[in-house]
Design a protein around this ligand. Sequence first.
Ligand code: ATP
Ligand code: MG
Length: 314
Amino acid sequence: MIITVTMNPAIDKTLDVENFTGGAIHRVTKVIQDAGGKGINVSKTVHALGGETIATGFLGGSSGRMIENALDDMEIRHQFVHIDGETRTNVKVVDVTKKGFVTEFNEPGPTVTLRDIDELSRTLETYAGLSSIYVFSGSVPASIDKEIYGYFTRKLKKRQATVLVDASGELLTEAIKARPYLIKPNVYELTRYFGLTEDVNEETLIDLGRELINKGIHTVAISRGQKGALFLNHESIYKTDGIQVQAHSTVGSGDAMLAALAYGLDCDIPFGECAKLSIATSAGACTTLGTKPPAKELVEELVKEVRLTMVPFA
Ligand SMILES: Nc1ncnc2c1ncn2[C@@H]1O[C@H](COP(=O)(O)OP(=O)(O)OP(=O)(O)O)[C@@H](O)[C@H]1O
Ligand SMILES: [Mg+2]
């Protein structure tokens, strides 16, 4: 069972306009609303792959109810802690006259109290056991301490659970101290953790990944956007250039990759196969609109195109 945790979900509202200009009035030609948030995206993809998942985290107000209704429609199980305040709506304004020109407005999110965190903790613990896989991903509301993923990682590891973390900045730094089973930083997140700039070569990325493995993290997946990814654990290092697809929206491709890694772990798929599946799933996610997950059939086709190379330990 894969339990995803979204502490700061959102309704993603995408507005299409022509000739976007700050300070002007625009006629909106199309509106799309999506239940968003990184953990929720992971649950959507796990579900699309045929895995068992439950989405948790914090939801509030009418937008919170909209997200629950959307999950019900997709037949995805959920058990969110209901908080005071309103779950945020993030607005993306797409200028259809200028390809790829998107202006985003992201709200900070509602206040979460210590009592809410306790309730989430109890919810999470009801699922804790040897066969449970927890996925903590995305940002947290400003009222929550950045130590939170580290705190839950320690707590759930004590109950034999497997914990996966996909975060950045201080949230990631604190989580690493608790040694989650797997992390999936992109190049920016990884190099920032080490206080480096992004322009490092593959060899350095592998060295940084190995340093994390030596700290006690079992698996490190370093995603490199269109350039593919690196996958490391104590026994093997794999690299892949990724696959060419007709990309519509790369938003959520990292979430799809994490979902496939969680699904692979849940099904005991060998590391190399799991890496291939995660490349195919994330590339497939790029072909869909917004954060819509790829169909399982598409992923099965794309897996055949993934070429994985084993990197010898230096
Ligand atoms: N243009 C693309 N074409 C093919 N595959 C892609 C492309 N962009 C991303 N991917 C796939 O998705 C994976 C994750 O992408 P990326 O490294 O951008 O993650 P991310 O920065 O965590 O994304 P996000 O957090 O926005 O979901 C890549 O390793 C790759 O397999
Ligand atoms: Mg990401």
